[in-house]
Write a protein that binds this ligand. Structure first.
Ligand SMILES: [Zn+2]
Length: 532
């Protein structure tokens, strides 16, 4: 405890407002202490369905209990989730390009990687058609699938989307389920994606290492009926696909990078694939805690704080890593967000906060497998879904430097935009919209399952100015540590800045929980259609 005389001295020296200022150094250390548990090697990278994930789930449940939250899962704090698992047997799988009867083998891992789904066909032999971005966006009368015959064909597309379509809308139509809906209707049987080298978060040499990881789906009906085949082509080796088409891949990249329309045309080549997979099933856990609201009527409504507990588990070491570290600890992705959940619950208890609406703390599994834990939670919610008024998602927000600016995904879509502006302004932090909509961050984390169910949502990154040293730190982090074993406890992190972020998130949650009306999507927002 702090000696009384010291408090008195401080009170005479500082203006009254400063007395209430949280101790960010202390809170940052406490936040980090949770990450030290979550990203410890003994959690084995918290892969969905692994014993390490279960240990982490029990740790979070214990912390929720310690913070005075009520159990809000189906089994205490836990909500078990069942998954179908498929893992490629690469040795017994193959891929080749077929042109004029000539078969050219493609090297898996180097030229291309096969997508993995439990219900994929074992053998596929089909013609290739290049379709620009492979997107259909009716609102903008944009259709890459018109005027080409796609019956029984594999659609080859460049990842990304037309620059005149707003990022969030483009992101929505780029999800696997939405994209496949249009492709399936056009008669396609599979897809080949080519990443745009300009927008690749991590280089091929690193991303290809994850191709042997198990893929998962929720147990139950497929959301992509008729989807038989998928592959990703290394953009450095993509030119060979175009050799007989009268076009080049370089030409398509140039058009895309200049924001111009790409033509659609048959590649006069096919792919022949044999894919063997090992199939199994696992169970994993969401962890859910409740801070009950204090208002007799509003307590039946819920503000969700969300983060994902799972990461990638144990996998291949990065080439050139002398220690051969195989554990993908996921300290920032998303140990940081889970630690924020715990920290916000702790502060709410320490400061005896009594929000009018209830606050639900939701730690989900299966994010890295395709936002599956949050998908399960929104399909089997433990509180009525229509009573969830907002989702504040905290995923890998990267507190690598002081918090001067917050980049907010979803800022323009709902009234939550005004809420985050108000609480950030109070903290002296700027707010900026998504600076890189082409990275699809709005659909790349769990908030998307809430959005699809009509719940206004936001997610965040630490913001920076273009060309600043902070930008370099963030970009270097993505290139070197994102989904790599080095996202571990031995990395420089700005703990007080994370504490400041936690405070802003808490303020945002409290503001929404105490407001007289619930948040809603703005009249012009595409996502308003999902409101119930
Ligand atoms: Zn991740």
């Amino acid at each position: 405890m702090r000696p009384l005389y010291l408090l008195a001295t401080v009170a005479t020296l500082l203006p009254a407002a400063d007395l209430a200022k949280p101790d960010l150094a202390k809170e940052g250390d406490r936040w980090w202490s949770h990450i030290q548990v979550l990203a410890d090697d003994n959690m084995e990278g918290r892969n969905t369905g692994s014993p390490g994930h279960l240990r982490a789930a029990r740790f979070v449940a214990g912390e929720f209990e310690h913070a005075g939250l009520k159990p809000a899962g189906t089994d205490g704090y836990l909500q078990p989730v069942k998954f179908k698992v498929a893992q490629i047997d690469e040795e017994h799988s193959s891929l080749a390009m077929v042109r004029d009867g000539k078969v050219t083998p493609l090297k898996l891992g180097e030229d291309a990687n096969l997508a993995v789904r439990a219900d994929f066909a074992e053998r596929v032999d089909a013609e290739l058609v290049f379709c620009g971005y492979g997107l259909s966006i009716p609102e903008y009368k944009f259709n890459d699938l018109a005027s080409v015959d796609l019956k029984g064909k594999i659609v080859v597309y460049l990842a990304g989307g037309p620059s005149n379509v707003p990022g969030n809308l483009r992101s929505h139509y780029s999800t696997r389920a939405e994209r496949w809906k249009a492709l399936h209707a056009a008669g396609a049987i599979g897809v080949v994606a080519i990443p745009n080298p300009k927008n690749m978060d991590i280089p091929w040499s690193r991303s290809t290492l994850s191709r042997l990881n198990p893929e998962m789906e929720l147990d139950g009906e497929s959301e992509t009926p008729g989807y038989q085949f998928g592959a990703v082509i290394n953009p450095a080796h993509a030119e060979q696909l175009f050799a007989a088409s009268g076009h080049t891949f370089a030409e398509m990249l140039a058009l895309a990078d200049q924001g111009q329309a790409m033509p659609h045309f048959p590649l006069h080549a096919g792919l022949r694939a044999t894919e063997h997979m090992k199939l199994s099933e696992v169970e994993s856990q969401n962890v859910i805690g409740l801070l009950p609201g204090s208002d007799p009527a509003l307590k039946n409504e819920y503000v969700v704080f969300g983060a994902h507990l799972d990461h990638l588990g144990v996998g291949a070491p990065i080439t050139g890593d002398a220690q051969g570290d195989r554990i993908y600890n996921g300290a920032m992705d998303d140990g940081s967000g889970i630690a924020s959940l715990i920290e916000i619950a702790d502060i709410a208890k320490l400061e005896n906060l009594r929000p009018k609406r209830s606050i639900l703390f939701v730690a989900v599994t299966g994010e890295e497998k395709g936002l599956l834990g949050s998908k399960y939670f929104t399909s089997a919610p433990t509180v009525p879904l229509k009573n969830i008024v907002a989702d504040i998602n905290m995923d890998m927000y990267l507190p690598l430097f002081p918090l001067k600016s917050l980049a907010v995904m979803g800022l323009e879509e709902s009234t939550l935009g005004a809420d985050i502006r108000a609480v950030a302004a109070k903290a002296g932090v700027d707010v900026q919209p998504d600076p890189e909509p082409q990275r699809n961050l709005f659909i790349r984390s769990d908030q998307y399952n809430f959005i699809r169910n009509g719940v206004p949502a936001l997610t965040f990154k630490f913001g920076y100015d273009k060309g600043s040293p902070e930008e370099k730190l963030a970009k270097d982090w993505l290139r070197e540590r994102y989904h790599a074993p080095s996202d571990d406890l031995n990395q420089p992190v700005n703990k007080p800045a994370a504490a400041e972020y936690n405070r802003i998130m808490l303020d945002l949650g409290m503001r929404v929980a105490d407001a007289s009306t619930r948040p809603h999507y703005n009249a012009g927002s595409f996502f308003k259609r999902f409101e119930k």
